[in-house]
Write a protein that binds this ligand. Structure first.
Ligand SMILES: [Zn+2]
Ligand SMILES: [Zn+2]
Length: 155
């Protein structure tokens, strides 16, 4: 993968780069993600928010309802409203960058498929990537260096 990844919104005003590779990449098949994207799933690259550097433009924070009742805030381009990343559970330190808005989405394939209990039946999952009916324990799945990075954020 290239040294840094860049991405941006549909109108081109909001541009960003990831200062390092993400800690983990989730492909989420939950109903919330399906509804919010109007699609089959969302691909989220989990990375420290301070490693998402704006190159141009800005984002606006749009809160959305969640099944859990915990906060979920989507950051969108204020002009074209493309969703660029999310904050979950009231933790703005951790960004869930939407891989589909990267210039090269193929650079970050999913490390896990989650909430496959609501996966659309015609989506076939690869045999070599772990899949979970709901969530998973990151302590058992994430690489040690990624767990260290998360620990550095939250203690
Ligand atoms: Zn835009
Ligand atoms: Zn989801």
């Amino acid at each position: 993968m290239p040294e840094t990844l860049e991405g941006g919104c549909a109108c081109g005003r909001a541009r960003y780069r990831l200062a390092s590779k993400p800690m983990f990449v989730n492909c989420c098949h939950c109903r919330d993600c399906q509804r919010q994207t109007g699609s089959a799933f969302v691909i989220n690259a989990v990375i420290e928010t301070n490693r998402v550097e704006m190159l141009s433009g800005e984002t606006k924070a749009v809160p959305v309802p969640t099944g859990s009742g915990r906060p979920h805030v989507i950051h969108r381009c204020p002009h074209c409203e493309t969703a660029l990343w999310s904050f979950y559970d009231g933790w703005p330190e951790l960004s869930y960058v939407r891989v589909g808005a990267l210039d090269d989405p193929s650079a970050l394939p999913p490390d896990a498929h989650i909430y496959t209990r609501s996966k659309l039946p015609w989506v076939a999952l690869p045999a070599d990537v772990p899949a979970f009916p709901a969530s998973y324990s990151s302590k058992t799945l994430w690489p040690p260096e990624s767990l260290e990075r998360r620990k550095a954020l939250f203690g």
